[in-house]
Ligand binder design. Structure first.
Ligand code: GLU
Length: 305
């Protein structure tokens, strides 16, 4: 196949256009499958549910709706349609199914986009009730926020252009420009374990991908879940290489100390795993990447914050 040469500006435009079209591929390629709304389960709202010990739940109940932090530029996981303002993806379904268990209509959840570096602050200052957006559970973060789950296990990977021949894994990053999101665990891992890489940070991974397509950086690194979504958006231009080189267990972030909310969310995740909603939601979103639904990881109901 002969490769067409694209100027950096044309590539940036291509990505912007594909984003605006909600996931259509470049001309001549089949449209990239987006989340399939008809396959997504309807979650039963627990109308009699009450959680009087949770300050966060009480505040949301008075307000009449739940406010959930999410990502808006991560295909398959959390993506906002610029035309309708609607959010979709596996994380969004996790937010909706758990909302239903807490007695909130999933259709009425207010999603707010919060970047990786701002999650802890958003939970600490009450900007959001909880957060569902590729958020890795770890001990450092547990000093600042609580985590329900994990509800999925991802792993750090690398995204490169298809014309890249030198990068096959993190060991090849010495002297290469590598982009990730500020405040993320993948950024921190490259900084610590691969110090010869030239790290570049932006607020979001989609800006990293623009920089990759325009030859400003050589690789983008974050979780495989996120990178597979970008690769699917521009077929033939980008590829995920190597094997995942970390464990990223995804949790629902809650305000630190709201143990009642955290444990109620643990119960909710467990119930939806058991009744089949989790798998159906996975199949209709992240499963479109071609990876069959794994067994969900064991939930860690840790006793106190
Ligand atoms: N899961 C990683 C993290 O929580 C990377 C993805 C993200 O930045 O949301 O830092």
């Amino acid at each position: 196949m002969q490769r067409t040469h694209r100027t950096p500006a044309a590539l940036a435009l291509l990505l912007a256009v594909t984003a605006a079209l909600g996931g259509c591929g470049k001309e001549g390629s089949p449209p990239v499958k987006g989340p399939q709304p008809d396959q997504i389960p309807l979650y039963r709202v627990e109308s009699g549910f009450a959680l009087p010990d949770s300050a966060t739940w009480n505040r949301a109940k008075r307000r009449g709706r739940l406010v959930v932090g999410a990502k808006e530029d991560q295909p398959y996981m959390g993506e906002k349609d610029p035309a309708t303002g609607r959010y979709s993806g596996f994380d969004i379904e996790i937010a909706k199914m758990t909302a239903a268990s807490l007695g909130f209509d999933p259709a009425g959840v207010d999603f707010r986009t919060i970047a990786s570096a701002n999650r802890e602050t958003a939970l600490q200052n009450g900007q959001i009730d909880y957060y569902v957006g590729t958020y890795t559970i770890n001990d450092n973060r547990k000093k600042l926020v609580g985590f329900a789950g994990p509800y999925y296990q991802a792993g750090q990977s690398l995204l490169v252009r298809t014309d890249e021949n030198d990068i096959h894994g993190p060991q090849d990053l010495a002297g290469k420009r590598v982009c990730s999101a500020a405040g993320s665990t993948p950024y921190q891992r490259i900084e610590k374990d691969y110090p010869k890489a030239e790290l570049v940070a932006y607020d979001t991974y989609s800006v990293c991908v623009d920089n990759l397509l325009t030859y400003q950086v050589d690789a983008v690194t974050t979780d495989d879940t996120i990178l597979m979504g970008y690769a699917a958006k521009v077929p033939g231009e980008l590829q995920v290489v190597g094997r995942p080189f970390s464990e990223e267990p995804y949790g629902i972030g809650v305000p630190h100390g709201d143990t009642a909310l955290r444990l109620a969310l643990d119960d909710a995740i467990a119930a939806h795993e058991k009744n089949g909603d989790w798998k159906k939601a996975y199949d209709a979103t992240l499963g479109l990447s071609g990876v069959p639904a794994p067994k969900p990881p064991a939930i860690d109901r840790y006793p106190s914050d």
